[in-house]
Design a protein around this ligand. Structure first.
Ligand SMILES: *Cc1c(COP(=O)(O)O)cnc(C)c1O
Length: 372
């Protein structure tokens, strides 16, 4: 069986370094808010190109804490609107509703699957305070038009960078493009911890301070609580693992890109639609403008194709089978219609893609697909 993502094999590459780091943390007797977190935060901020990186418990918390901090700072309040793509993993939306803000769902572009920026302005109201972008599947979502809209209406731009760490737009990394970004180090992400972890990245000094306090019971000084915070901190052991894995991130993203290019050049099937790169990104001739967290193809009878691939030893996954507005969690939206989002959810299928795939595996996948 060709696995969709072989995490065991990915982490085995670094096993010696990871085990040594784990032993050091165990022996240190210090497990939270210590030097290893500080070191990782400094490295991550340098890598992304921002002033501040704040380690938190997971990617969802990173997004949630950015919005909660803006509420504490008086930038937004309960009931305000946040524009967000309808085509995203539900965590993006949960971060908004969890803060009693109102998501305004917008259709994606059918070519890139990312937010259709041309639809943003018509959805802005007097209550709109932010745009939460998602760099879905690893592809940067950005444009000058978007920056201009945000300036004109004084909106914050928050990036959900969970799937795109390392991606570049115009020589700037995603996670540094907007006012703040949420990053996820869920084990299956391109920079994966060995458990849950996340981070907020931003250039905004005030926001960084409030996020840091909010993730630690609302306290920046022990037993002094300025906000009603939560407990969402990155473990020292995960920070130590992530400092190691960050060194290899660009090389791993280049491997993903090679596999994606191989698929793009070799899959040639009348009913399969391949993922497309935003033309603006293509012209920037940076190889890491898409970091291929996923390689989603589309087929009108996706489930049958998935069964066929599975019978032939190829594991695939669906990202995602049901859009947020059709979930029971958001019953009140179930009657809403987002035809492009729904079409994508009905047709996508993610092929195996990971830095540890072999040439042989890639070739088998191409052969099996061509025989379908
Ligand atoms: C993974 C993911 C998240 C949430 O990250 P966790 O670390 O799992 O909480 C948020 N948004 C998107 C788009 C994701 O893919």
């Amino acid at each position: 069986m060709i696995k969709f993502l072989d995490l065991q094999k990915i982490n085995a590459q670094y096993a010696l370094e990871l085990k040594q780091a784990a032993a050091e943390v165990i022996d240190s007797g210090w497990y939270l808010l210590g030097d290893r977190l500080k070191q990782f935060e400094t490295k991550l901020a340098g890598y992304i190109g921002v002033k501040h990186a704040i380690g938190v418990g997971n990617g969802l918390d990173a997004l949630r804490l950015i919005l909660k901090a803006y509420i504490e700072m008086g930038v937004m309040k309960e009931g305000d609107e946040v524009i967000v793509p309808a085509n995203t993993y539900i965590a993006t939306i949960l971060a908004i509703t969890g803060n009693r803000l109102k998501p305004v769902l917008i259709e994606p572009d059918i070519q890139t699957y990312n937010l259709d920026i041309s639809l943003v302005e018509q959805h802005i109201t007097s209550r709109t305070r932010a745009i939460m972008l998602v760099h879905l599947y690893g592809q940067a979502c950005w444009s000058e038009e978007l920056e201009n809209i945000a300036k004109k209406y004084k909106l914050k731009i928050i990036e959900d960078n969970a799937q795109a760490i390392g991606a570049i737009w115009n020589s700037q990394k995603t996670g540094s493009l907007g006012d703040a970004a949420g990053n996820s180090f869920y084990p299956g992400k391109n920079l994966g911890a060995l458990g849950d972890a996340g981070a907020v990245t931003t250039d905004d000094d005030e926001l960084a301070g409030v996020v840091r306090a909010l993730g630690n019971y609302g306290s920046s000084k022990k037993y002094i609580n300025d906000y009603q915070g939560v407990n969402s901190r990155m473990d020292e052991i995960q920070a130590a693992f992530l400092s190691i894995k960050l060194k290899y991130l660009d090389a791993e993203n280049h491997r993903r890109n090679e596999i994606a290019q191989y698929y793009l050049n070799n899959i040639n099937h009348p009913n399969i639609i391949l993922p497309q790169i935003n033309l603006k990104l293509k012209t920037q001739n940076s190889k890491l403008n898409h970091v291929w967290h996923l390689f989603p193809i589309r087929h009108p009878h996706r489930n049958k194709l998935q069964q066929y691939l599975s019978k032939n030893g190829i594991q695939t996954l669906i990202h995602y089978p049901i859009p947020p507005h059709k979930q029971l969690a958001y019953k009140e939206w179930n009657k809403l219609s987002f035809p492009i989002t729904e079409k994508i959810h009905d047709e996508v299928l993610s092929l195996p893609i990971s830095p540890v795939m072999t040439v042989n595996e890639k070739e088998i996948i191409i052969k099996v697909i061509s025989e379908y």
